[in-house]
Design a protein around this ligand. Structure first.
Ligand code: COA
Length: 344
């Protein structure tokens, strides 16, 4: 399936507080060297007490709208990928829809854990393909720090907080910009490998229940490499392309070794794999839109480029798609807004 849809704006928001590997050495039995060698992560951002997935998402959405030079009243769809909502409801997307001033937009969340952004943008693509929406704001936004067990060294060193957003619009005839082969998969039989408890988990005590992330890291590692390599091959083939046609892969940022093994299996050189996980760790559904925003601001994406997106996470769930990049309208606006947000 190919839909004429273009990303016209990208934005991101990263909380100000930085938690380094050295900081973690003082919290659990770990070392900077172990974390860097096993994951590639050096530091991650942690939300302030007053920050939530919706407040960070709203900042990222504003930056994306500025970069798209789009009036929020033109937005008719807001979809947030998140597995760390402010509360059970209302949806994070509804809170963002109000915060950015988009009164005409439908708004809802999708939760497929780290694959959330790909599920969200696949859904938005269908809305645009059928003409049901013209201008969508699509987000990944997460406050992972609130569901981590900070005494569990096997998980707490891996994750961070942040938000990314894109504006996805219908491309007019003759305009560049396509979404090709959005593929999504799930294997619920492997749910126990990576999950988080919550207030509705049986045996949890209502409002006193704590959300907590649990993971079998080794098993997830193996599944992630095979699943992402396979679905990327399928997406590239479905788009009628070969791996040589891919200008840049912007993958979910979980672990440098997972990305290296996946790229090797695909035959994709690492120079064409975008990575920023050293600075942010795994921000779950937010990794891809944050990375797209940085890649765009750094000039690593040119109009006409074929860009491969792929993710893997709890569910298990995973996905891939190929974008024909159209170029955002005001590429540096996002950098200015994100820098302003950091400075404030
Ligand atoms: N610091 C120091 N030692 C640690 C540690 C930490 N933060 N976490 C685990 N260890 C220890 C283990 O206890 C184990 O010790 P042992 O040999 O005495 O039992 C040893 O390091 C090796 O553990 P192992 O789990 O085999 O390491 P690994 O090479 O598989 O790396 C992960 C662990 C978590 C980094 C890796 O499995 C991984 O990245 N998995 C995927 C996780 C992920 O990205 N999930 C999200 C996907 S969306």
């Amino acid at each position: 399936m190919t839909v004429s849809a273009r990303i016209t704006g990208t934005g991101r928001y990263l909380p100000e507080r930085i938690l380094t590997n050295q900081d973690l050495e003082r919290m659990v039995e770990t070392s900077d060297q172990w974390i860097r060698e096993r994951t590639g992560i050096r530091e991650r951002r942690i939300a302030a007490d007053h920050e939530t997935s919706s407040s960070m998402g709203a900042e990222a959405a504003r930056a994306a709208l500025a970069s798209a030079e789009l009036d929020p009243r033109e937005v008719d769809l807001v979809i947030a990928g998140t597995c760390t909502p402010d509360g059970m409801f209302p949806a994070v997307a509804s809170r963002i829809q109000y915060a950015i001033g988009a009164p005409h937009a439908a708004a809802f969340d999708v939760n497929s854990a780290c694959n959330g952004f790909l599920s969200a943008i696949s859904t938005a693509t269908q809305f645009i393909g059928t003409g049901a929406a013209q201008h969508a704001v699509v987000l990944g936004t997460e406050t992972m720090s609130r569901i981590l067990d900070w005494s569990d060294r096997t998980t707490c060193v891996l994750f961070g907080d942040g938000a990314g957003a894109v504006v996805l619009e219908a491309a007019q005839p003759g305009e560049p910009g396509r979404v090709e082969a959005p593929l999504l998969r799930s294997d619920g039989s492997q749910a126990s490998l990576l999950y988080a408890t919550g207030p509705c988990t049986p045996g949890q005590a209502g409002i006193e229940a704590e959300a907590r992330l649990v993971m079998d890291g080794r098993a997830v590692f193996r599944s992630a490499v095979n699943a992402m390599a396979d679905i990327c091959s399928d997406a590239i083939a479905a788009a009628g392309l070969t791996v040589d046609d891919i200008a840049l892969c912007v993958p979910h940022q979980a672990n440098e070794r997972i990305l290296a093994a996946t790229a090797k299996q695909l035959g994709l050189p690492m120079e064409r794999v975008f990575m920023n996980l050293d600075r942010y760790g795994n921000t779950s559904s937010a990794t891809i839109p944050i990375a797209l925003s940085e890649a765009s601001d750094e000039g690593r994406l040119q109009p006409g480029d074929r860009v491969l997106l792929t993710a893997f996470g709890g569910g298990l769930s995973w996905g891939a798609m190929v974008l024909e990049w159209s170029g955002v309208r005001a590429p540096l606006a996002t950098a200015a807004v994100a820098a302003g947000a950091r400075a404030s």
